[in-house]
Every structure is written in C-alpha cells, then in structure tokens.
Design a protein around this ligand. Structure first.
Ligand SMILES: [Ca+2]
Ligand SMILES: [Ca+2]
Length: 184
C-alpha cells in the first residue's frame, strides 16, 4: 500500500515536471514570437530612419504609417501596396520606400519625398510644408502706380511752391522798384 502510494507520488512529480517543461517551452516560444514581431516592426522604422536620416525627428513616430492604433494611414497603405511587410528585408524596405517617393500619398500637394525631407508626415494631409503666399501681379502693379502718383503729386507741389516763391520775389522786386521811383 505504501509502495503504491510512493509510486503514485513519483508519477505525479514526473508528470508535474513534464508539464512544467512543456509550459516553459511554450512560454519561451511565445516570447520569441513577440520579440521577432517587435524586431520586424523595429527593423522597418530603423531602415526608414537610416534611409532618410530621420532618427529623433518629429516624423520618427508610429504616426508615420499609422492613423490610430494599428490602422494604416495613406502613407502606410501605400507602403503596404508597394509590398513592404513587417518581415521585409532592408533591401525590400528601401526599394518600397523609393518606389513611392514621388507619389503624394496623402494628397496634400506635396510629394512623399518632399514631406519626408522637410520632416512632415507623408500620410497626414493636414501636415505639410508651409505654402509660400503667391504675390499676385495686380497688387504689385497697384503699389507701383500709387507710388508714381505720389511722386507726381510731390513734384507738382514743389513746382507750385517754386512758382509761388518766384511770384513773391517778383512782387517784392516790383515794390522795391516802385518805392525807389517814389523817393527819386
Ligand atoms: Ca503629401
Ligand atoms: Ca502631409
């Protein structure tokens, strides 16, 4: 009876060790899978940053490709369509990035490469380089015409002042002459 009990205890311990080993193996496999996935995502970001020298810049962010959570934005979708996956090699990533550089994935009027080089998000249409205000010819022409009119007015006023001064001088001369005639 005692022997049977002991044998049962031994069997239980062996069984426990067996399941513990299996559990540890499963945990290790799960951990390796998580690390592999993390490294794969990290690889894309690392490849992107290395390719465009963007490490630590404002676009060194998850929102480069994602709109929210795991949802891809327009740039992320374009990369996906270009064949870039989480486990893509560095060569494949760089090839995919290059393929869509001239595209304007978010449709904000600036190409992906222009946005990336200016450190703006190529997948966010409300984030783009500043647009230079276009100075139209009409206001410039109007300004030029107003300046000309101002200069002409100044010249006219100076001429009037000069004429008035001349008239004043002539009048003075005339008065002086008149006085001198009276006293002669
Ligand atoms: Ca764009
Ligand atoms: Ca943009």
């Amino acid at each position: 009876m005692k022997q049977k009990y002991r044998r049962g205890m031994v069997d239980n311990h062996a069984c426990f060790r067996k399941y513990t080993k299996l559990g540890l193996l499963l945990i290790t496999l799960a951990a390796l899978l998580i690390v592999h996935t993390a490294l794969a995502i990290g690889d894309f970001k690392a490849n992107f940053n290395q390719n465009y020298d963007t490490t630590g810049t404002r676009i060194d962010s998850c929102t480069l490709c994602h709109s929210s959570g795991s949802n891809l934005n327009d740039y992320g979708k374009a990369l996906d369509e270009a064949g870039i996956k989480k486990d893509s090699s560095e060569t494949e990533v760089i090839q995919g990035l290059t393929d869509i550089e001239q595209d304007d994935s978010d449709g904000d009027g600036f190409s992906n490469i222009d946005e990336i080089e200016s450190r703006f998000f190529p997948g966010n249409e409300s984030d783009h380089p500043a647009t230079t205000p276009t100075v139209t010819a009409t206001p410039m022409l109007q300004q030029h015409q107003m300046l000309q009119q101002h200069q002409m007015l100044q010249q006219h006023q100076m001429l009037q002042q000069h004429q008035m001064l001349q008239q004043h001088q002539q009048l003075q001369q005339h008065l002086l002459l008149k006085k001198s005639k009276i006293y002669q």
